[in-house]
Write a new protein. Structure first.
Length: 346
């Protein structure tokens, strides 16, 4: 072993000679996976944290400022631990470890009931097709709130995982028998363009509005199982207007694009909550498509209900966007314009 080398489980012995830290990884096959094809994983970490990473046999040398080296070392150890646990390391996983600070070492796999919360450890959502993990601190807090509260509001820009994580938690709870049904809904409001007459059955007419919910659901369950559960009415995907008059008991209910619900629709929806159910309301206050002068039900609910302790409100910003990096920059540009306009008006 080279002087100053450390193992992934012994961060205290990291060498600080010549602004360099060396980390030893005992399994060379896992190290290859850690580095990625053409060292693309290392390049991603270098670009994000401002360090230079050199490979020397089964060692990785980190060169840069002390804080950046320490952060990169934490991220590399966390990613190596994923590989030791038999998990893959993909671009999104690397991004998640960087955002979370690489602070959750080890596998952190939950034992027992998925409803049990891990304070300070990893949060993992088990579905039939994949294991879903929050990639930002805000996402982690949001998922914990989904397990801890019967009603949660997730508010923030597009691409922050509000609906995706809510559906993942719903599927997980359904598979473990905590709820009997999954109900996904959204207002059937056109986003600034007229779609005109749509032929077909009632379901054919509303399906275009519901497609984002289908996409999320199909990411977690096999398509044949989704079709079967829909036939059995154990999974329902319906416009918000279809919720009137119902009591939603023993169900995991998600209202997506809630900024386009009117105040009356929002009150109607929230009062559908029945025994044994959990409800999630997601929305983006900057993308309201209601007619001018119409009050958004999301804004009114936020104003009226924020003081109720048993209701969770979780907020996201452009920093929590987990789509293409350009999406975050686009959102930030629009937010800067809105802030400047508000400042000028004031």
């Amino acid at each position: 072993m080279a002087i100053g080398a450390v193992t992934p489980t012994d961060p205290a012995r990291a060498s600080q000679v010549d602004a360099e830290t060396e980390i030893e990884f005992p399994d060379n096959r896992l190290l290859i996976d850690l580095c990625g094809e053409f060292d693309r994983n290392l390049a991603q970490i270098e670009a994000a944290l401002g360090v230079h990473i050199l490979r020397r046999g089964n060692l990785l040398a980190l060169i840069g400022e002390e804080g950046a080296r320490a952060r990169a070392a934490e991220v590399l150890r966390a990613l190596y631990a994923r590989l030791e646990a038999g998990k893959a390391v993909e671009q999104g996983d690397i991004d998640g470890e960087i955002r979370m600070g690489g602070s959750d070492e080890g596998t952190g796999t939950r034992a027992g009931d998925q409803m049990e919360l891990f304070q300070g450890g990893r949060v993992e959502i088990k579905t039939r097709k994949k294991l879903v993990e929050p990639r930002t601190a805000a996402q982690k807090a949001y998922v914990q709130a989904l397990y801890a509260n019967e009603l949660v509001f997730g508010i923030g820009p597009a691409g922050t995982g509000k609906t995706y994580l809510a559906v993942a938690v719903g599927v997980s709870m359904f598979l473990q028998g905590h709820v009997d049904r999954i109900i996904l809904s959204r207002p059937a409001v056109e986003a600034g363009e007229r779609l005109g007459f749509l032929p077909g059955t009632q379901e054919d007419k509303v399906d275009p509005y519901m497609q984002p919910l289908y996409d999320a659901l199909n990411d977690f369950l096999p398509s044949k199982q989704v079709a079967k559960l829909r036939e059995e009415k154990r999974i329902e995907i319906a416009p918000l207007a279809f919720m009137r008059g119902r009591t939603l008991g023993n169900a995991f209910v998600v209202l997506d694009e809630a900024q386009n619900a009117t105040a009356m629709q929002m009150k109607m929806f929230l009062t559908r909550l029945g025994e044994g159910s959990r409800m999630v309301v997601t929305g983006d206050r900057t993308q309201i498509d209601l007619p001018r002068g119409q009050v958004s039900g999301l804004a009114e609910a936020e104003r009226l209900l924020r003081s109720i302790d048993s209701i969770g409100f979780k907020y996201f910003t452009a920093k929590d966007v987990v789509r293409h990096p350009l999406v975050a920059r686009i959102i930030e540009a629009y937010e800067a314009q809105d802030a400047a306009a508000a400042g000028g008006a004031g």
